[in-house]
Design a protein around this ligand. Structure first.
Ligand code: 2AM
Length: 182
């Protein structure tokens, strides 16, 4: 199973990004837009794993300092024409990602040594009409209050991120919200 740990967006943030996507599409921008329910900020990518429980146990040791992350700037990166929405001030998410990485490595996970870049992937394979200037993105506030362990899979060929486990700020409540079975 392919796993990653992430911060989910709340409903208000998702709504803003759906509105922004429509705005881009009206301008003729095309691409592989992230489905609204898949929008997230990756904290750690674990890749293929035989099970998820060991990762959940490791992530359960991470202290979440509650806060709000403000996404306010567009960035494009990678070879695949990725359009991302990023925070100018990424300190809260950077320290959370570092703590998640540390806990996972201590539990024996061999994570990739990639530079952490806090972002929400809005679109892949972006194609904009010539001369088109993208409109300023909405300022989206992401609550930093939980870590979710997601399964990345493709039921019926559709890329889907299913939450397997989540840790809330209090550190008390951990629940298996939707265990996936294919
Ligand atoms: P991306 O959005 O920039 O593609 C699930 O694939 C999530 O894990 C995505 O948010 C993806 O980032 C992130 N991720 C990080 N490293 C990855 C890797 N090596 N392969 C696939 N996804 C990766």
């Amino acid at each position: 199973m392919r796993l990653f740990a992430a911060l989910p967006l709340d409903e208000a943030g998702i709504r803003e990004l759906v509105r922004y996507r429509r705005e881009l599409e009206r301008m003729g921008v095309r691409g592989n837009f992230t489905r609204p329910e898949n929008l997230h900020i990756t904290l750690a990518f674990l890749g293929e794993q035989p099970e998820w429980e060991t990762a959940a146990e490791a992530l359960d040791t991470v202290e979440i300092v509650p806060g709000v992350l403000r996404l306010d700037r567009l960035d494009s990166f990678g070879k695949g024409g990725i359009l991302g929405l990023c925070p100018s001030e990424d300190a809260p998410v950077r320290s959370l990602a570092a703590a998640a990485e540390k806990a996972l490595r201590a539990a024996g996970f061999d994570l990739e040594k990639r530079r952490f870049r806090a972002h929400v992937t809005l679109c892949r394979e972006l194609q904009a009409p010539k001369g088109c200037v993208l409109p300023p993105p909405p300022a989206v506030e992401v609550p930093v209050e939980e870590i979710v362990l997601y399964l990345s899979h493709r039921p019926k060929g559709r890329l889907t991120y299913t939450p397997l486990w989540r840790k809330k700020t209090s550190g008390q409540e951990t629940d298996i919200s939707s265990f996936f079975s294919e």
